[in-house]
Design a protein around this ligand. Structure first.
Ligand SMILES: Cc1cc2nc3c(=O)[nH]c(=O)nc-3n(C[C@H](O)[C@H](O)[C@H](O)COP(=O)(O)O)c2cc1C
Length: 312
């Protein structure tokens, strides 16, 4: 019997698989058993009601999706009165995700939504779809620390810092979030990108710039998880291009304690429970009794070869 449980700080998850924020909705409960997930991470909410960006919002490629949604939000009251009661009946821990226009508003929103049924709050400081050429809190190290500190002051819930990969030294941002009190690091969100429709001579997204997700980004985020894991002592949750159990195990070996699966949920809604099953089989095949022992277990050398240093 494999022990699939993992701990994200004080929070114990039945297994390491959860959705990326914004990539599942209530309808998924008709297709998979949400209690089979390690956690249920909800769509980011904002203090105000928002429409989101102009359409088209999605451009698809073979191994990646470029999207610009812009955090459409029904606001915190809808969240408390409708979204939370729906998900609150599952035994999988529910993780809220918040975003705001100012550091102070992150704190105010975190305090407002800190209902008993919420197990943790993720700070979406990394959304690349807001205006101002995609610049986000997470691209500024002081703003990153400021948001986490404001949320920690405002709520007793564990705070997860979801970093943006659109920075040079991701480990420095992870360290700043840890020092500001983050209970876990989520690495990370989508990579800024753009697509042009040559025939129509115009951008393929209404917002021009969007976020790239899916299999194509996996090597980039995997590298970042490895670097973050070397920089901080708090748990890392890997996210980026994870489509199956094998991808999840790769992230864990590179240093992640748990993982989030995003775009794949739109393509294959059964992907998350299948990944849980695959990981269990992998552990059995490799004689791993506790899935948490996979975290950081990657050997850093190939037998007989000199150890190579990763350089920036
Ligand atoms: C349609 C869509 C909506 C998303 N909405 C959010 C969101 O509200 N908040 C957030 O933090 N990330 C959001 N994301 C980012 C995902 O949670 C995840 O970080 C990203 O897609 C990378 O993972 P993937 O390659 O597995 O998709 C969204 C992604 C997609 C594709």
């Amino acid at each position: 019997m494999v022990d699939l449980s993992v701990s994200i700080g004080s929070l114990k998850l039945a297994n390491p698989i959860m959705p990326g924020s914004g990539t599942m909705a209530e309808g998924l409960a008709d297709i998979i058993d949400l209690d089979g997930l390690g956690a249920i991470v909800l769509k980011t909410i904002t203090p105000d009601i928002r429409q989101g960006t102009l359409t088209p919002r999605v451009a698809e490629f073979n191994d990646a999706t470029l999207f610009s949604i812009g955090i459409p939000s029904k606001g915190p009251d809808y969240f408390l009165n409708n979204t939370l009661p729906f998900y609150g009946r599952y035994k999988a821990p529910v993780v809220a995700s918040v975003s705001a226009d100012t550091v102070e508003d992150f704190g105010t929103l975190a305090a407002y939504i800190s209902a008993p049924s919420i197990a943790a709050i993720e700070a979406n400081i990394s959304c690349p779809n807001l205006r101002a050429h995609g610049r986000a809190f997470g691209m500024d190290i002081e703003a990153t620390a400021g948001v986490i500190a404001a949320m920690k002051r405002a709520t007793d819930k564990p705070v997860w810092a979801k970093l943006t990969p659109n920075v040079g030294d991701i480990a420095a941002f992870a360290k700043a979030a840890e020092q500001a009190g983050a209970d876990a690091i989520v690495t990370g969100n989508a990579i800024l990108g753009m697509a042009v429709d040559a025939e129509r001579m115009r951008p393929r997204l209404g917002n021009v710039i969007g976020g790239l997700t899916g299999s194509a980004v996996k090597p980039i985020l995997l590298r970042m998880v490895h670097q973050c894991a070397q920089a901080v002592d708090i748990p890392i949750i890997g996210c980026g291009g994870i489509t199956n159990g094998e991808d999840a195990v790769e992230y864990m070996l590179a240093g992640a304690t748990a993982v989030q699966m995003g775009t794949v949920n739109f393509v294959h809604p059964g992907a998350m429970p299948e990944a849980v099953g695959w990981i269990e089989g992998y552990c059995r095949r490799h004689g791993v009794e506790r899935v948490r022992d996979l975290t950081g277990a990657m050997s850093d050398t190939h037998a007989g070869q000199p150890k190579l240093k990763v350089t920036q």
